[in-house]
Design a protein around this ligand. Structure first.
Ligand code: CAA
Length: 389
C-alpha cells in the first residue's frame, strides 16, 4: 500500500486545481445567486478535458481511471459543487450504456454526446420512488419494433439541457403483481432522445444549494422507444442502475470532499485573521478542536473515496466501500461546512463570505445518489454478507 499519488496524477490534480481557480471560483457565487446554468464554464470544461472524465477515449471521453477522476472532481468541487454535479451527471447518465450496452450502442449513444459536449441525464428517481427504486412506476409497453414509454421522472440533473435520457422503467410483460419481492426484475434500461415525440421537460427546481446545477422533472407520454435503445437485456435495468451507482458514488464522495476541504481552508485562514480577546481566534482551543476534527475527517473521507475508486479500477465489487465513502464524505461535509460557518460567526451567515454557500451545497450530498440512510442500508447489507461468510 502506497499513499503517494503518481507523478501523472499529481499533474492532473494540479491542472484541475488551476482550472477551478481560473474558470470556476471567480464565478461560483454569481451563478449561485442567479441559479443560472453556467454554460460558458461547461464549454470551457469540455474544451479543457474536464468533462466525461470516466468515459473511455474510444467513445470520445477522457478515459481517466476512477482514482484520477476522483482527484479531478474534488478539485472542481472545491470551486463549485453545483458546476461539478452537472459535470458528473454526464458520467452517471452514460455509465449504464458503457457498462451494459453493445458496441453499436456505445458508438451511437455515448460517442456523439461526448464529441459534441452535450448533456445526458440519468432518469431513475420518480415522484413516488426515490430511495425505493424497485417501486418505480414508469412503464414500458411492448409494441411492434420496440416499446411505448409512459411516466414521470423527478430530480433529474441537467434535465432542461440534456439531449438524451437514460431511463429506467418497468416492462409490462415482466411485472408480476403477486411477487412483490421480485418487483425489481421487471425494470429495464432504455435510452430516449430528447427530440422524441412525447418527451416534456418540467420546471427547474429552485434549490437551497448547488443552485446552478439544473434539476427538473421529465415526463414521457407514449414515447416510442425502438428495440435498439434497450440497454442490456429486458429485466436487467435494476442491476445496471445499482452497478452504475457503485461506480459513480466515489465521484459523489469526491464532490463532498471538495466542498469540505474548501470550507476547511476558508475557516483555517479566517481563524488566523480574526482577532478576539487580543489574539487570533485560532489560538483558542475551542476553535482548534473544530479545525482538528475537520482536517482529520477530510483526510479520512478522501482515503475512503480513493479506496472505493481504486477498487473500481481493479474491477473489484465495491458496493460496500462506495457506500462507506459516500456516506462518510457527505455527512462530514455537512458537519464541516456548518462548523466553518460557526468559525466565521455572524460573517459566515452572510453572502459576503463563501461558507454559507458551502453549507447549503453540502446538504445535497446527504440526499442525492442515495441518501446517507440508504448508504447505511447498503453498508449493513454488505457487512451482513461478509459476516455470514
Ligand atoms: N450490484 C449488483 N446487483 C445488486 C447491487 C449492486 N450494487 N445491489 C443490489 N443488487 C441486486 C441484489 O443482489 C438483488 O439481486 P436478486 O435479484 O438476485 O435477488 C437485487 O439487486 C435486489 O437487491 P435488493 O433486495 O438489495 O434491493 P432493494 O429493493 O432492497 O433496494 C437499495 C436496495 C440499496 C435501497 C436501492 O434501492 C438503492 O440504491 N436506492 C437508492 C437509489 C439511489 O441512489 N437513487 C439516486 C438516484 S440518482 C441521483 O440522485 C442522481 C442525480 O441526478 C444527482
Amino acid at each position: 500500500m502506497d499513499f503517494r499519488l503518481s507523478e501523472d496524477n499529481l499533474l492532473l490534480e494540479q491542472a484541475a486545481k488551476d482550472f477551478s481557480a481560473r474558470a470556476i471560483i471567480p464565478q461560483a457565487h454569481i451563478y449561485d445567486e442567479s441559479a443560472e446554468f453556467p454554460k460558458s464554464i461547461f464549454k470551457e470544461a469540455h474544451a479543457s478535458g474536464f468533462f466525461n472524465l470516466t468515459i473511455p477515449e474510444k467513445y470520445a471521453g477522457i478515459g481517466l481511471s476512477s482514482l484520477a477522476t476522483s482527484l479531478v472532481i474534488e478539485r472542481l468541487a472545491y470551486g463549485c459543487s453545483g458546476v461539478t454535479t452537472s459535470i458528473v451527471a454526464n458520467d452517471l447518465a452514460l455509465t449504464p450504456i458503457v457498462i451494459a450496452g453493445t458496441e453499436e450502442q456505445k458508438e451511437k449513444f455515448v460517442k456523439p454526446i461526448c464529441q459534441k459536449g452535450d448533456f445526458a441525464s440519468f432518469c431513475l428517481s420518480e415522484p413516488g420512488a426515490g430511495s425505493d427504486v424497485s417501486s418505480l412506476s414508469c412503464k414500458l409497453q411492448k409494441v411492434e419494433g420496440g416499446y411505448l414509454l409512459n411516466g414521470n421522472k423527478q430530480w433529474i440533473t441537467n434535465g432542461g439541457y440534456s439531449s438524451q435520457f437514460t431511463v429506467f422503467a418497468k416492462l409490462d410483460t415482466l411485472i408480476d403483481e403477486k411477487n412483490k419481492a421480485e418487483k425489481h426484475k421487471s425494470i429495464c434500461c432504455v435510452v430516449v432522445s430528447r427530440s422524441s415525440e412525447g418527451v416534456t421537460i418540467g420546471k427547474s427546481e429552485n434549490k437551497l444549494g448547488q443552485r446552478c446545477s439544473n434539476t427538473t422533472t421529465v415526463s414521457f407520454e407514449n414515447v416510442f422507444v425502438p428495440n435498439d435503445c434497450l440497454i442490456g437485456k429486458e429485466g436487467e435495468g435494476f442491476y445496471t442502475a445499482m452497478k452504475t451507482l457503485d461506480f459513480t458514488r466515489p465521484m459523489t464522495a469526491a464532490i463532498a470532499v471538495g466542498i469540505a476541504s474548501r470550507a476547511f481552508d476558508e475557516a483555517m485562514s479566517y481563524s488566523f485573521q480574526r482577532k478576539q480577546f487580543g489574539q487570533q481566534i485560532f489560538d483558542f482551543q475551542a476553535i482548534q478542536s473544530i479545525l482538528a476534527d475537520a482536517g482529520t475527517d477530510i483526510d479520512a473521507a478522501r482515503l475512503l473515496t480513493l479506496r472505493a475508486a481504486t477498487m473500481a479500477d481493479n474491477g473489484e465489487k465495491n458496493s460496500l466501500e462506495s457506500s462507506m465513502a459516500k456516506r462518510f464524505a457527505a455527512d462530514s461535509a455537512m458537519r464541516i461546512t456548518t462548523d466553518a460557518v460557526q468559525v466565521f460567526g455572524g460573517y459566515g451567515y452572510t453572502k459576503d463570505y463563501p461558507v454559507e454557500k458551502l453549507m447549503r451545497d453540502a446538504k445535497l450530498m446527504q440526499i442525492y445518489e442515495g441518501t446517507s440512510q440508504v448508504q447505511r442500508i447498503v453498508i449493513a447489507k454488505e457487512l451482513q454478507k461478509k459476516f455470514k461468510k
